[in-house]
Design a protein around this ligand. Structure first.
Ligand code: SF4
Ligand code: ZN
Length: 327
């Protein structure tokens, strides 16, 4: 016999939320996800009334779910939403997702703009893979570096002051472990979720899905009829992230809720590190207010492109130099 929903006590449950022990019907499950995201947005003051929000939408479940949730739940705030899609130039892979995003955006009435690596950087990912001087420079690190810049540039040109990305709770915990194992402690402080302004335009980056399990986003997309791309990118590298992902999923199976506990602990650590940057002996908080400008990164400009950078040459210019000149 099927279980009844623990929230409405009317409908049959379609999902058991293991970490809370709740059984949820389709309607209550969808509502619970949207409620949680709304709560995250308000808890960390992510979006305000007058904001123009560029949502980075790739065509995968996370970003499409994010766009749908923002559209459905922010009626009172009514920010302007623009879906920004990056075309990396990966033949046979990106074309499908571009179409999915275009159709979905037109269905829910959100403007969709597409920007390509070829337009911005003069080379596609296919070309970058052909000319990279060594396999040690991983595909995803090239792609991720270029994508962040593409989204920044395009958000600025679209007049957006907030960039929303679809990172979920699993991504957040994995990122913490990656930084921890790389010895990059200061970076952990940068992941604290209250928006930090950066760049000359004062853009803010937010991750409204960071309290939602990846698995629940798949279910949300299925139960709200969001079409999403399931095919994997041909250049996806088996990075350490995949290893952490598999370990965390195994742990979660044995100890339901362990990822959520880890998330809460990481938040506390990130908050402390943001107040007391790890690379100083200073015990005085550098940012009493978490909405201040980037605190621990030295403000410099890249000597080649003149954008903010913590080094003389920014990571995008370094990557392009390696690809085109081999240094
Ligand atoms: Fe780019 Fe890697 Fe994503 Fe492929 S899997 S689109 S190479 S970041
Ligand atoms: Zn640069």
């Amino acid at each position: 016999m099927s279980k009844q929903c623990s929230k409405c006590s009317k409908n049959d449950a379609i999902y058991m939320r293991q970490y809370s022990g709740e059984f949820l019907c389709k309607i209550c499950f969808v509502k619970s996800i949207e409620y949680k995201v709304k709560r995250t947005i308000s808890k960390f003051s992510m979006i305000k009334n007058s904001d123009r929000v560029a949502v980075a939408v790739s065509g995968g479940k996370d970003s499409l779910a994010l766009l749908n949730i923002l559209k459905n739940t922010l009626r009172g705030i009514d920010p302007v939403l623009i879906a920004i899609t990056v075309d990396e130039g990966i033949q046979g892979y990106r074309d499908e997702s571009l179409e999915i995003v275009r159709n979905f955006c037109s269905k829910i009435g959100v403007e969709n703009r597409v920007v390509s690596y070829s337009e911005l950087f003069g080379l596609s990912m296919d070309r970058a893979m052909e000319i990279r001087p060594s396999e040690k420079i991983s595909s995803c690190s090239i792609c991720g570096t270029l994508r962040r810049r593409a989204i920044d540039l395009f958000s600025e040109s679209a007049g957006a002051n907030v960039i929303a990305t679809g990172h979920n709770l699993d991504d957040y915990v994995q990122t913490f472990l990656i930084n921890l194992f790389a010895g990059d402690v200061e970076r952990i402080g940068w992941t604290y979720p209250s928006p930090v302004e950066y760049g000359t335009g004062g853009l803010k980056k937010i991750k409204p899905l960071m309290e939602i399990y990846e698995k629940e986003l798949v279910l949300y997309a299925i139960h709200t009829n969001i079409p999403f791309q399931t095919e994997e990118c041909p250049y996806k590298d088996e990075s350490i992230r995949s290893a952490f992902r598999a370990h965390l999923n195994n742990l979660e199976k044995i100890h339901p809720g362990i990822k959520y506990n880890a998330y809460n602990s990481i938040l506390k650590i990130a908050k402390r590190l943001k107040e007391f940057p790890a690379n100083t002996e200073n015990t005085t908080p550098t940012t009493p207010n978490f909405t201040d400008k980037v605190n621990s990164q030295e403000h410099r400009k890249c000597e080649l492109c003149n954008r903010d950078s913590s080094n003389k040459i920014c990571s995008v210019c370094r990557t392009l130099n390696i690809l085109t000149k081999g240094n």
